[in-house]
Design a protein around this ligand. Structure first.
Ligand code: HEM
Ligand code: FES
Length: 564
């Protein structure tokens, strides 16, 4: 908690400095004199002892925190934005060293006022610095804006301000660089007059050759030290990892069926990232957004209590006791988890309270129902019925896993599944059709296996439709689940019911077939009436789902690997 606050506050001080400094450069569009006038004003703050401690204290603390984070991170796999911010941040001291030496250190060691004409003349006329300095502006600005954006985007007021902030984020560095160029051109004229040159460099020329040599040689020493520190941290990190790997590990069972092994000490989120399993983490693992939350099944009792930081975040969303933040939880024993927010969730998923923590998303929905399940109970012991039903559900679950379906709801003799939560609607529809084919195939195999146990073979009805729905975590507080509600979900349920009327196994809406890029026009077409909807829904009725397997162009050959 303290570490996070320190990072934010020191970052904020640095941001204020950079903004005031870049604002200073924009005045170069008017004149070098204006730049210099504003510098004196600005210097009264930043060169005041309090300003100096704030600026350089923040710079040092911010840098040390970055090194600490590099050392502690179990994996360097991060989302793109975080990698960008991290890389730009580490690049900064290397680009900044010469500049600070040439300004503040110069001023302290040689005792002269470092002015804009002096700095701009040097930067503008030096082949290396005339490139490095604008690059520094872009790197600082990239690091700062990405950092601020990912910090503030979960605040409710931020979304409203984005258009203005976006404008500012583009304008300020652009104007600052133009100001620098315009001031640079002005120095081209100034240096044609030897007296002016003498005046600009009077402070520097007054220094002894030893002092000058000291300043000039300083950059190489600072850069070498920076490299040493960075390499040292990376080596220490490696040693730490080696030592840790010698200790035991824990395993995470994921609803996708994958079991991930992770070294003790690694968070669940880090383990997911290392295993390449997509997992929501809007704030990048800083316990701010809660989108990484998971419901822990097995192993919940063995987990250490949430830290103060995690508790605050969990309390804010009114989470049940078995809900934990994946980015903060470091299990020591095996656990099973259910992510409660889709991996592709954005900032809107953060801090949503109440039963439905949802947002609109395009999904493909499938309803599956076991036909005549009541008959199953006749003349059978309850034990047998439960056994058969569990066999059936095990097969359906295996199918979902093999075709990237997400189990959403269970209803006695049927279930609801969502497709495309992570992969998008088109892949979702294709996967749902593949799921239907696979379920039918598994059911046939199950019927053969159960043989004499069944008086007549088990049959299923499947309905598939797609469209916008409210997707989110819903259900009683102790066992919420990622599910969906909305008109399109009701339509999918209705299509499943229609399999009885059309005496077929699968009813697919024309929209879902089109989305999947599959031509089903050779199958009987119907216009289905759905309660609460004036327009009928165009559907296809398919008796044997195996007949469509050749129509689904498989963009993801691995998606059904378990079912081959
Ligand atoms: C074209 C780009 C830049 C120009 C022309 C420029 C110019 C100057 C000048 C004239 C000074 C000395 C006067 C003062 O203290 O304000 C200075 C100091 C400084 N600049 Fe820049 N600068 C540029 C970009 C940057 C960037 C991107 C950073 C990023 C953090 C930066 C950080 C600093 C720092 C830390 C000091 C020392 C401040 C102090 O100790 O009071 N500069 N710069
Ligand atoms: S990733 Fe944001 S709270 Fe865990």
């Amino acid at each position: 908690m303290f570490e996070r606050r320190l990072r934010s506050w020191t970052g904020l001080v640095l941001a204020v400095y950079v903004i005031s400094h870049l604002a200073n450069h924009t005045l170069g569009l008017l004149s070098l004199d204006m730049m210099e006038w504003f510098r004196r004003l600005n210097a009264s703050l930043w060169q005041h002892p309090v300003g100096t401690v704030a600026l350089y204290g923040s710079l040092l603390t911010h840098f040390l925190l970055a090194l600490w984070s590099l050392y502690r991170r179990r994996t360097l796999r991060m989302p793109l934005w975080e990698t960008t911010q991290f890389a730009l941040g580490l690049l900064l001291p290397f680009l900044l060293a010469a500049h600070v030496i040439g300004t503040r250190i110069n001023q302290i060691l040689l005792g002269f006022d470092v002015t804009y004409p002096y700095v701009v003349t040097i930067l503008w006329n030096d082949p290396r610095y005339s490139i490095q300095q604008p690059l520094l502006v872009l790197v600082v600005w990239g690091h700062l804006t990405v950092g601020l954006h990912f910090w503030l985007r979960i605040k409710s007021w931020y979304e409203r301000l984005v258009p203005y902030l976006y404008g500012l984020a583009v304008l300020l560095p652009a104007l600052a660089l133009l100001g620098f160029v315009r001031a640079g051109l002005e120095t081209d004229e100034l240096i044609t007059d030897p007296d002016t040159v003498r005046a600009i460099f009077a402070g520097w020329n007054a220094a002894t050759p030893e002092q000058q040599a000291l300043i000039i040689g300083l950059e190489a020493k600072v850069l070498a030290s920076l490299v040493l520190v960075l390499v040292g941290v990376l080596v220490a990190r490696q040693i730490r990892q080696l030592l840790r790997d010698r200790h035991s590990s824990y395993r995470i069972s994921h609803p996708s069926g994958q079991v991930v092994s992770a070294p003790i000490g690694q968070t669940i989120l880090e383990a997911m990232r290392a295993a390449g399993i997509p997992h929501a983490s809007v704030c990048g693992g800083r316990a701010r957004c809660t989108t990484c939350r998971v419901r822990v099944g097995d192993g919940i009792d063995d987990l250490a209590k949430p830290s103060a930081l995690e508790s605050v975040a969990l309390r804010r969303i009114g989470a049940a006791p078995n809900v934990r933040l994946a980015c903060q939880t470091r299990p020591r024993q095996d656990v099973s988890i259910t992510p409660l927010v889709p991996a592709r969730a954005d900032a809107r998923a953060a801090y949503r309270r109440g039963g439905v923590q949802g947002y609109e998303q395009q999904v493909a929905t499938m309803f599956i129902d076991l036909r005549g399940s009541t008959k199953l109970g006749e003349e059978r012991f309850p034990y047998d019925v439960v056994f058969i039903l569990n066999q059936f559900f095990a097969e359906m679950a295996a199918s979902l896993q093999a075709t990237r379906g997400h189990y959403a709801q269970f209803s006695g003799d049927g279930l609801m599944a969502l497709y495309g939560l992570e992969s998008g609607i088109e892949d979702g529809c294709r996967d749902a059709l593949k799921g239907a084919v696979d379920m039918n195939r598994r059911l046939t195999a199950l019927n053969e296996r159960l043989g004499v146990e069944l008086r007549e073979p088990l049959r299923i009805g499947i309905g598939i439709h797609c469209g916008e729905a409210i997707v989110g975590t819903m259900g009683p507080p102790s066992s919420p689940n990622l599910s969906a509600i909305g008109d399109n979900i009701n339509i999918a349920a209705r299509l499943e019911a229609l399999t009885k009327d059309y005496d077929c196994t699968l009813v697919v809406s024309a929209v879902a077939a089109q989305c999947a890029g599959v031509d089903l026009s050779r199958f009987p077409a119907h216009q289905a009436r759905v309660r609460g909807r004036d327009e009928p829904v165009d559907v296809y009725a398919i008796s044997d789902p195996a007949e469509i397997s050749g129509d689904i162009v498989d963009r993801h050959p691995t998606a059904m690997k378990d079912s081959q």
